[in-house]
Design a protein around this ligand. Structure first.
Ligand SMILES: Cc1cc2nc3c(=O)[nH]c(=O)nc-3n(C[C@H](O)[C@H](O)[C@H](O)COP(=O)(O)O)c2cc1C
Length: 413
């Protein structure tokens, strides 16, 4: 298999072209300034990613208001952030004008941090809770999403990801657990209408057929009542609703979907397979294939969870290292038609230059993610995030964080 040729081949997304099949995941790094604008650390991270030549680069979850953040130093996209964001995009397009840049727009809902945001929900989940949102408040949140999409368009982003994954507000509304009687609650026809209305409002207001609108979706959240389950009180998988969702969004014009799973604050290993359970990543391959089978051939499906495969030196059994590397698995899934692009999350921290190194025949220089999940520890502790293994700056941040806040016990690593 000529995996290099497959991975470096271009692909059309909507009216745009991605120069290759590498897609950089949204990776929140909590290094914005007090106003939610990019800092030198943010610039450095994205300049490296743009240098690295991935075809599509996602800007990490950027909060549509200052009351909907889960992390204090999260990026913000409000009218006052427009100028700094325009400068940021301009700089990155200077580094590499060919990569498509997509902003992941988010509202944290019940995951908003009550210390500096407002924790809200559509139906209190045990252990989370928050103020129950009124219909008027949800309508206002949708206005904020539309405003954020317009800002993303105005500052030169190539598209947006309406975040509907990982337990943030979008997934909270979609999941069967949201069985409260209200406009977007109860029967699936009501719940899905949130995503459909939001899509239509954004598309109408941005009104640019070259601007990509898509969504990252957790196919199965993996807990009772989570999205992709058979009902409000069962964890049993039923993908009827996720399939209907992607088809409905596609009908309205969505050009791409990033497949994901889990809700990290509840089912973390499902969202990001870890060292102990790398085979959870196989589930993602299956979800991506189901997405692909249910969409038109031209709708781009991006598969998640490739970091654990590394260069084949992983803990997977019953498969040779040559067949089970990130590059070979990724390329063979593309060749089989199971997926169109492969997404790099933790791997993009370990080596933002992976696509460039592959193109230049410098594969032996690629740093592969060790799946230590120290980046996740930094996220939980709300310290600036990067690769603690290959980037000395973040090794020091980790040491300092542990000194100040103690060592986090991670039972999933
Ligand atoms: C530090 C950190 C930050 C993340 N931030 C985001 C985010 O902003 N938006 C999102 O959709 N997923 C986020 N994720 C999840 C990843 O995008 C990705 O779905 C997951 O890590 C699996 O991909 P991987 O195996 O390539 O790492 C984050 C994960 C980590 C470890």
């Amino acid at each position: 298999m000529d995996y290099k040729k497959t991975l470096l081949s271009p692909i059309k997304i909507g009216n745009r072209i991605s120069p290759n099949r590498f897609f950089i995941q949204a990776m929140e790094c909590t290094d914005a300034d007090a106003e939610g604008n990019p800092t030198d650390l943010t610039y450095k991270r994205y300049e490296n990613l743009f240098r690295g030549e991935a075809g599509v680069i996602t800007l990490e979850a950027i909060s549509i208001t200052d009351k909907s953040r889960s992390r204090q130093n999260q990026l913000l996209i409000m009218p006052q952030n427009e100028k700094p964001l325009a400068q940021f995009v301009k700089r990155l397009k200077e580094v590499n004008p060919n990569a498509l840049f997509i902003f992941q727009l988010t509202h944290s809902g019940e995951l908003s941090h009550p210390g500096f945001s407002r924790r809200v929900c559509v139906k209190p989940l045990p252990g989370y809770g928050g103020d129950v949102l009124t219909e008027e408040e949800v309508d206002k949140i949708m206005d904020d999403f539309v405003m954020a999409a317009k800002i993303a368009h105005a500052v030169g982003a190539d598209g947006i990801d309406m975040k509907l994954c990982h337990g943030y507000l979008g997934s909270q509304i979609l999941r069967p657990y949201n069985d409260r009687k209200w406009k977007y609650g109860g029967p699936w026809e009501n719940r899905r209408q949130f995503a459909f209305d939001l899509y239509e409002r954004i598309q109408k207001e941005v009104n640019d057929k070259n601007f990509l609108i898509g969504s990252k979706i957790s196919a199965w959240e993996g807990f009772p009542g989570g999205f992709g389950t058979a009902g409000p009180d069962t964890p049993v998988m039923d993908l009827t609703e996720p399939i209907d969702l992607i088809k409905g969004l596609e009908e309205r014009g969505a050009s791409y979907f990033v497949q994901s799973a889990g809700s990290p604050s509840i089912t973390i290993s499902l969202t990001q397979a870890d060292k102990k359970s790398p085979y959870f990543a196989y589930l993602h391959m299956g979800f991506a294939k189901i997405f692909k089978e249910n969409l038109k051939p031209e709708t781009v499906v991006i598969g998640s969870n490739y970091s654990v495969f590394r260069n084949g030196k992983n803990r997977l059994l019953a498969v040779t290292p040559e067949e089970s590397s990130l590059l070979t698995f990724g390329a063979s899934n593309i060749e089989k038609g199971y997926v169109d692009m492969i997404a790099l999350g933790r791997q993009s921290f370990a080596d933002p230059l992976l696509p460039l190194k592959l193109r230049e025949g410098r594969e032996d220089e690629i740093n592969y993610c060790t799946v230590c999940d120290n980046c996740l520890e930094l996220l939980i502790q709300q310290s600036p995030i990067g690769c603690c293994t290959f980037n000395k700056y973040y090794t020091d941040v980790l040491i300092q964080t542990r000194k100040e806040k103690g060592r986090l016990k991670q039972d999933h690593t």
